[in-house]
Design a protein around this ligand. Structure first.
Ligand SMILES: Cc1cc2nc3c(=O)[nH]c(=O)nc-3n(C[C@H](O)[C@H](O)[C@H](O)COP(=O)(O)OP(=O)(O)OC[C@H]3O[C@@H](n4cnc5c(N)ncnc54)[C@H](O)[C@@H]3O)c2cc1C
Length: 322
């Protein structure tokens, strides 16, 4: 086991990579080992300096035309080869959609374990203790990996990035041949995307099955605009009604805005698991016994078709100073 040494981080999302470096540097300090960032892509040289400024002691850079677009096989194979050569003891991978697809494949190739969506990481007796929410967010599981490298995936905005400092580090260009991809993108089409990713929104006004028609979302959009936020939705509006392609909740986006306004959402555990880290939750529901009311900080029992426009009109007046 002692042949494994060092903490590594990888994410194709540059912001998340910096957050991983923030946590990684704490773990590396505790273990008294180096912190390494893995940078992959076609032309990525100019990005290495930023990773060093944010905590990396070393950057392994794999630059290859096969890595220009994210395909799972080339990325997984390149990282697997690098890990096999250098044997880090800990590998943190950003829990993006791509990272979540890559981490278990990597763990299988390396014959090790992988704990997904960790929200706490610590070192106990030289081992990485990985904590994650289970049972729809009702319990926290603490897990350790008996073999190395110990792989954990980490969602965005769980850990803080370090301040950028004038640091020095080593950039190592690595010559690795990634595997060819078994798939090819033949066409890309834009979907109706929100202005800001919902996970990054400071204010979210979300609708559920209480909203009767898609056009009625305009009243939620109106409130969101006044509050400088954006709209969101529960899963049935995407899966059953096909109004949207994404949703908030356990199986969708996990959000942590300053303000979450749930309109016509019952608040069953699968939805609440994705919003429980919001700073303030306001629920507007006509059922005085809806489960959302148990987690809401402010409750309005009433018809969203009356409450939401009334709220918008009061807020608009207040903001105009009228
Ligand atoms: C494995 C699994 C994963 C899942 N993951 C997710 C997930 O990630 N996210 C998610 O959202 N769901 C998820 N679900 C679905 C989840 O179980 C619920 O079915 C869903 O969240 C309910 O959505 P809703 O609150 O919009 O609808 P409903 O439960 O039907 O609630 C509608 C609410 O609107 C209220 N209402 C109706 N009319 C009005 C009105 N005019 N004014 C005010 N209030 C009104 C009602 O009182 C009710 O409380 C998952 C389910 C499974 C099995």
């Amino acid at each position: 086991m002692s042949e494994f040494q060092g903490v590594w981080v990888f994410s194709e999302s540059r912001d998340l990579m910096l957050e991983l470096l923030g946590k990684g540097s704490e773990l590396a300090k505790k273990l008294r080992v180096e912190l390494t960032a893995v940078l992959m892509g076609r032309n990525v040289k100019d990005q290495a300096g930023r990773l060093i400024e944010h905590g990396a002691d070393k950057v392994y850079m794999v630059a290859d035309p096969a890595l220009e677009r994210f395909y799972i096989e080339p990325y997984t194979s390149a990282l697997a080869q690098l890990v096999q050569q250098h044997k880090p003891e800990i590998l943190l991978i950003g829990s993006t959609r791509r990272g979540r697809a890559m981490a278990p494949r990597l763990a299988t190739r390396l014959e090790t374990g992988c704990v997904p969506d960790c929200t706490e990481l610590s070192i106990e007796d030289g081992r990485l203790v990985m904590s994650r929410m289970v049972y729809g967010g009702n319990a926290l599981a603490k897990e350790i990996c008996r073999v190395k490298p110990q792989i954990a995936t980490v969602p965005p905005r769980v850990f803080q990035k370090l301040e950028s400092r004038g640091r020095k580090g080593q950039v190592v260009e690595v010559d690795i041949k990634p595997e060819k991809s078994g798939t090819e993108v033949v066409e890309t089409r834009e979907i109706e995307a929100a202005k800001v990713k919902v996970e990054e929104a400071k204010v979210i006004v979300a609708g559920g099955r209480g909203v009767e028609k898609k056009e009625d979302f305009r009243i939620l959009e109106d409130l969101a605009e006044i509050l400088g936020g954006q709209i969101g939705n529960s899963r049935p509006l995407a899966e059953d009604r096909k109004w949207f392609t994404e949703w908030i909740g356990l199986s969708g986006h996990k959000v942590r805005p300053m303000l979450y306004v749930a309109c016509g959402i019952s608040g069953v555990i699968q939805h609440v698991a994705g919003i429980r880290d919001s700073q303030v939750i306001v629920a507007i529901n006509k059922d005085a016994e809806a489960p959302i009311l148990e987690v809401a900080d402010y409750i309005v029992v009433g018809d969203l078709y009356e409450i939401v426009p009334a709220l918008s009109s009061v807020l608009r007046r207040l903001l105009k100073g009228g």
